[in-house]
Design a protein around this ligand. Structure first.
Ligand SMILES: NC(=O)c1ccc[n+]([C@@H]2O[C@H](COP(=O)([O-])OP(=O)(O)OC[C@H]3O[C@@H](n4cnc5c(N)ncnc54)[C@H](O)[C@@H]3O)[C@@H](O)[C@H]2O)c1
Length: 329
């Protein structure tokens, strides 16, 4: 791998990936329009001659073709990454996730780039019956437009692998934590407690069981799989990326309160789901990626604390929100 493009490269995960690819000595092209990404996240990268920014909308295929020229891989991380607001703006997921992925695939084909790594989500399993949930678990009903739009993206990547000989990698992430984290439970709770340390509104009954993964561990898993699949044209590799643990929402609140030195009254909105599409239990079987030799370096608790420490040191990142509140990918 010598040159890669990262769509969504100014976002939370994308900007961390750009930094990691540069550390490997790779040239990197970023496509981003900064709608939820931040210039601060790529300030260092953009001062580096090995990184080129193609600023604009991923739906602009001419822009994509320029960005993809000469790339060995496209890491397609651009998306509407907010699960919770799908029902308020039903066309958003279709446009930003499904149509955008189609645009990426067509632009790749136009310039002869045929390796794609795609950030999908564990939400595609909906409310599964098997735990921990393996990649080949039967798919029940989709419970969010976000996941449905991601699943459509997965389907297209599979079809491009089968039909055009693409190398396809699909990563189904649990919720990711770490430096530059801008949306999710931990973000919402931290911001809310900064505003009012005396009370905290919790969506659902607080018993939802979630799984998290540290962003650097997520990126190492993606790069390992990319190396393994580099010479496998025509194949689609699907990998769950998560830890073998889960954490109950109430327990992550306890870690956050402990770190912040606060003891708020907890006001639950009630019910086993925080919102339509919230999964009461997420626990992915990550045996497939582990079989390649990967393992996470941080536990969920350590990843939460690492994220809180980053918030403490970077107030700009949480004092104004780029995503809507309560947005969990
Ligand atoms: N963060 C998580 O916990 C999580 C979990 C599962 C899956 N994912 C997926 O991982 C990927 C990255 O997520 P993230 O948390 O870094 O989100 P993010 O919102 O921080 O990053 C998305 C980036 O894409 C850019 N973008 C969005 N629409 C664009 C468009 N039309 N044209 C150009 N740029 C555009 C944004 O400006 C942003 O920089 C997404 O595909 C998301 O669905 C994230």
């Amino acid at each position: 791998m010598r040159r890669a493009c990262v769509t969504g490269g100014a976002g939370f995960i994308g900007s961390n990936l750009v930094q990691r690819l540069r550390a490997e000595g790779m040239e990197v092209a970023i496509v981003d329009d900064f709608r939820t990404g931040r210039r601060e996240f790529v300030a260092d990268a953009l001062a580096d001659p090995g990184v080129t920014l193609f600023e604009g909308d991923v739906l602009d295929e001419a822009l994509l073709r320029r960005a993809f020229e000469g790339c060995d891989w496209v890491f397609h991380l651009q998306a509407n990454a907010d699960v919770r607001h799908g029902l308020e703006r039903p066309r958003e997921d279709l446009r930003q996730n499904t149509t955008a992925t189609a645009a990426v695939l067509e632009a790749m084909r136009a310039v002869g780039v045929s390796r794609i790594a795609f950030s999908s989500t564990g939400s595609v399993y909906g409310e599964p019956e098997v735990f921990p949930t393996p990649e080949n678990a039967p798919f029940p009903t989709q419970t969010s437009l976000y996941a449905a739009s991601k699943l459509a993206g997965e389907g297209m990547i599979g079809a491009y692998a089968h039909g055009f000989g693409f190398t396809g990698l699909v990563f189904r992430f649990v919720s990711i934590l770490g430096e530059r984290y801008t949306h999710g439970h931990v973000y919402d709770f931290y911001r809310s407690l900064k505003r009012d340390p005396a009370r905290l509104r919790v969506l659902g009954n607080g018993r939802q069981e979630k799984s998290y993964l540290y962003v650097a561990d997520c990126i190492e898993a993606m790069l390992l799989a990319a190396r393994v699949h580099e010479r496998r044209p025509g194949e689609l590799g699907v990998y769950n990326l998560g830890t073998d643990e889960t954490v109950v929402v109430d327990d992550s609140i306890a870690v956050i309160c402990d770190h912040m030195g606060v003891a708020p009254r907890l006001d639950y909105t009630g019910g086993i789901r925080g919102w339509a599409g919230d999964s009461p239990l997420i626990h992915l079987d990550c045996g497939r990626i582990r079989a390649l030799g990967w393992e996470p370096t941080l536990s969920i608790r350590q990843a939460i604390v690492r994220t809180l420490q980053w918030f403490d040191a970077n107030p700009y990142a949480w004092s104004e929100t780029v995503h809507g509140e309560g947005s969990i990918a």
